[in-house]
Design a protein around this ligand. Structure first.
Ligand code: NAD
Length: 425
């Protein structure tokens, strides 16, 4: 059977390989057949397009664009579009699979997909990026669609790019179809609550996990790595729920205050200094990102980037719980060390799924032509996250495995059993 031998762990781990090795482990535990393993592993559709774009100097450059629908068993594909010079089919394929498991674990009716264009948006003008995005949309007209595959922002894209996709797609259909993407500007059918949705979901997952460990938020300390969209909202909301956030960090380093960081002041400071960092923030002692990871706190939230907890530093982590706001912050080789220390890890595909959940709500609102209140969105997203947490927790008890493996078991089981009902030939 294809999944009997897990891939050997390399010196420098690739987070996507880490994800696949956990997928393999969960598939083994579930005892799925080789046939089903292949069905779940091989993408449903992979598209590569050449995108000629007229640059500002009048020359024409051809970019390569990708879209992979890993699975459409549960519903239309769902996943972001990444603009980065390093984008390639392999990466897009793995990120698409990641989306399949994330959507399945929170039980939203989507498959998994991902797109990308190999380009450097930092060296391109807004006009060049707009022409590139419009070309990509036209090239993908028979791939994307509200019932087929719904893109969203990822690295290098945001609401601006989503608006261009809506416009180009709508022109081709002769009517406005804003449900073709999520992460749109509010005026074009974006959802209230989307910006803070991932950090809010991280908070819900953290509180649910604290509850299981009988930890009182008011007597709990947390350290949060990354003070961008996910990290700063998680910090703010954890603080609001009584948790003392003693350290935060960003690319400029860590900021520590044993009495608790004033999160509102930190966010105001970050928004005021122009480059979006905490550089020069007073009211905290400067530490390194590495020191933040090994602080003596109750909860550690890696919400910056991938592969920050590895076999080299996992041994020094003192937190009782890790809640993964980022995608792939823990390498597979660190799992055993963390598990042997009895640290509870709420894995990325569960902990940061609040974002895709509210993206799903955006699509639902677009389709029913109605705008929900922020309160309704937050209540429903909280319920989705809590239900998903409970499902994963029960599965971890049933199989006697850590939450990470349990999350993959829940996701794989959901997709595999849906496939069985639908049948194939
Ligand atoms: P962001 O760009 O808004 O913020 C990233 C933050 O991390 C910044 O404060 C940055 O300075 C810091 N950072 C970057 N590299 C770092 C490093 N090496 N060490 C310490 N800090 C570093 O990004 P975001 O949207 O908050 O995303 C953070 C993570 O969460 C990513 O892994 C992303 O894939 C994941 N994620 C985001 C969302 C979402 O809705 N934004 C959803 C799911 C997962």
């Amino acid at each position: 059977m294809g999944y009997i031998e897990p891939a050997p762990i390399k010196d420098k781990e690739n987070p996507l390989e880490s994800m696949m090795s956990r997928f393999d482990a969960a598939a083994r535990l579930l005892g799925i057949s080789t046939e089903m393993y292949d069905i779940l592993k091989v993408p449903a559709r992979q598209v590569i397009v050449g995108l000629p774009v007229t640059m500002d100097d009048g020359s024409i450059r051809v970019f390569e664009g990708y879209r992979v629908i890993h699975s459409n068993i549960l519903g239309p594909g769902k996943g972001g579009i990444r603009l980065d010079p390093g984008v390639n089919l392999d990466e897009v394929r793995a990120l698409a699979a990641w989306m399949t498991w994330k959507c399945a674990v929170v039980d939203i009716p989507y498959g998994g997909a991902k797109g990308g264009i190999a380009c450097n948006p930092r060296t391109m003008s807004a006009g060049e990026i707009e022409r590139l995005i419009r070309q990509y949309t036209v090239a993908m007209l028979d791939v994307i669609g509200p019932d087929r595959d719904i893109p969203a922002p990822d690295m290098g894209t945001g609401p601006r790019e989503m608006a261009w996709i809506v416009d180009e797609y709508s022109k081709s259909k002769g009517m406005t179809v804003n449900s073709v993407v999520t992460g749109k500007p509010l005026v074009l059918g974006g959802s209230l609550g989307r910006t803070e949705a991932t950090g809010r979901g991280v908070t819900v997952a953290a509180l649910a996990a604290m509850d299981k460990l009988r930890m009182n938020p008011y007597r709990t300390t947390a350290a949060i790595q990354g003070f961008g969209n996910v990290g700063s909202h998680a910090a703010d909301l954890l603080h609001e729920r009584g948790v003392t956030v003693v350290a935060v960090s960003d690319i400029t380093g860590g900021y520590y205050n044993a009495a608790g960081i004033d999160i509102t002041a930190a966010i105001t400071y970050r928004n005021s200094i122009g480059n979006g960092t905490l550089e020069g923030f007073i009211g905290a002692e400067k530490i390194t990102n590495e020191e933040l990871l090994s602080l003596d706190v109750d909860v550690l939230v890696p919400a910056a980037t991938e592969d920050v907890i590895t076999e080299d530093n996992a041994g020094s982590i003192k937190a009782r719980m890790i809640v993964e706001g980022a995608n792939g912050p823990t390498s597979a080789s660190a799992d055993d060390i963390i598990n042997s220390k009895g640290i509870l890890v709420v894995p990325d595909i569960l902990a940061n799924a609040g974002g895709v959940t509210v993206s799903y709500f955006e699509w639902v609102q677009n389709r029913i032509g109605y705008k929900w209140t922020l309160d309704r969105i937050n209540r429903r997203a909280t319920r989705v996250m809590k239900d998903a947490f409970d499902r994963v927790f029960e599965t971890s008890q049933k199989y006697e495995v850590p939450l990470r493996l349990a999350a993959y078991i829940v996701a794989i089981d959901k997709v595999a059993s849906t496939y069985k009902y639908r049948g194939g030939y």
